[in-house]
Design a protein around this ligand. Structure first.
Ligand code: LRH
Ligand code: MN
Length: 427
């Protein structure tokens, strides 16, 4: 669906006066606190988040899936939906594809269609966690770590094929999330599984173009429930250091055991110059893939505090990061959910940008934990949403994307175009 920009102007007209009051009030306060609001707005506008091609339809669990209707039936319609999100928030200018769920049959046409929506392609994702209908070897007992060389070779070839698709689309990174693992003690030798996996990824690494990265995503469990080859950040970093400078870690917020200090993991990866990017989502228990900031918004703020501190520090030499969402929508409208997630990520970024860093460093030097918390939470408890809205307004996007989406009855229009039972590939 191509959005008529004049509708966005009408929406902004109707919401302008209240927005102006909030924005001018906040800008005055931030100015008094010594912040350069113009620079903050530029940073907020420049911050773009990639949308996962596998999260534009309704997700589900093994217990059920409740389709919401009007889902994209093809990669072309998925690009249209991401184009719609980007038109509403001017903050989602790329798509992360998952192969083979979204194979670009005509890469030239797909790239042109994406460009017509001002979209590009972020990391491409391989998939050796499912058996495809026409597949010769099964991944039941693993893929890149499999005991059988012919299975490993098949998985290696798949990843090389994914790189080729990415090159045709202008992507610059391959994401490897390896589901390989075991369900029972004694089922496999941990060291041999690691060594086979390293050898396999080294063969994939050798096929990476000079300006590409491989993002090594870790996850503690699921689909295996006793061990996972790449289970935690330490193992991801081990692989990255053994593979080479193109290999960097991918932090999926849902891939941590309860109460893990993720912000410290981010600080460690940054310190080593090995932080490649994020799969943003939120969770209360496991890899729940919920709306970003819906459960633990303070943790997200603390993660962005490490990012802003690290990325502005001359000591840190870290490559450019891939900012991506990885979510699954069981009950919410997928597009509303993604709009809320992008907003939550940018809220955490903006809050981290207004932390009084010199004062915080002084409090840290004086071991004044009380003052440090006051400084951190002054930023966290500042409603920065008028900054995001102003950045959208200046970029020609909607002051209130979810409000516009509902007022415009966008889902109803998609259902009338695509039908109530249309089904999107993905999770
Ligand atoms: C695994 C994961 C991975 C994707 C998949 C869709 O849980 O986070 O990033 O390949 O979700
Ligand atoms: Mn992920």
């Amino acid at each position: 669906m191509i959005l008529d920009k004049s509708l966005i102007e009408q929406h902004n007209q109707a919401n302008q006066s209240l927005h102006k009051k909030k924005f001018e009030g906040l800008s005055a306060v931030l100015g008094d606190e010594g912040h350069d609001v113009k620079t903050i707005l530029e940073k907020i506008s420049a911050f773009q988040i990639a949308i996962p091609s596998w999260a534009l339809g309704t997700g589900g669990t093994r217990f059920g899936r409740f389709a919401g209707g009007g889902e994209p039936r093809s990669l072309e319609e998925k690009i249209e939906d991401v184009g719609l999100l980007h038109a509403l928030n001017q903050s989602s200018n790329s798509i992360s594809l998952h192969i083979p769920w979204d194979i670009p049959k005509d890469p030239k046409a797909i790239t042109q269609l994406a460009a017509s929506f001002e979209l590009g392609f972020d990391a491409v994702n391989s998939n050796t966690f499912q058996d495809q209908a026409d597949q010769k070897e099964s991944y039941k007992f693993g893929s890149l770590s499999h005991t059988d060389k012919s299975v490993r070779d098949q998985a290696i070839q798949h990843n090389i094929e994914v790189i080729r698709h990415g090159i045709e689309l202008g992507s610059k990174a391959l994401t490897i999330w390896l589901s390989d693992g075991t369900d029972f003690p004694g089922q496999q030798n941990f060291r041999r599984m690691f060594e086979r996996t390293l050898d396999s990824i080294q063969q994939i690494y050798a096929e990476l173009p000079a300006d590409w990265k491989v993002l090594v995503e870790y996850k503690p469990y699921e689909p295996h429930f006793y061990s996972t080859v790449i289970a935690d950040w330490g193992t991801s970093l081990l692989f990255c250091n053994k593979l080479g400078e193109k290999a960097v870690g991918l932090v999926d917020l849902g891939h941590h055991l309860p109460n893990t200090n993720i912000e410290q993991i981010v600080s460690r990866f940054l310190m080593e110059g090995k932080l490649g990017g994020f799969h943003f989502n939120d969770s209360k228990y496991g890899d729940d893939d919920l709306t970003v900031g819906s459960i633990k918004p303070y943790q997200l703020f603390l993660i962005f505090n490490e990012l802003v501190e690290g990325m502005s520090s001359p000591e840190i030499k870290n490559p450019e990061l891939s900012w991506m969402i990885d979510a699954s929508h069981n009950i919410k409208d997928p597009l509303e959910d993604l709009l809320q997630s992008v907003e939550a990520i940018k809220i955490a970024y903006a809050q981290a940008l207004i932390i009084d860093r010199p004062a915080l460093e002084r409090a840290q030097a004086e071991n004044d934990a009380t003052l440090a918390q006051e400084i951190m939470q002054n930023a966290y408890r500042t409603d920065v949403r008028p900054l995001l809205a102003e950045a959208r307004l200046q970029a020609g996007a909607a002051l209130n994307p979810v409000g516009f989406y509902r007022e415009g009855k966008i889902r109803e229009q998609l259902v009338s175009q695509r039908g109530a039972k249309s089904f999107a590939t993905g999770l």
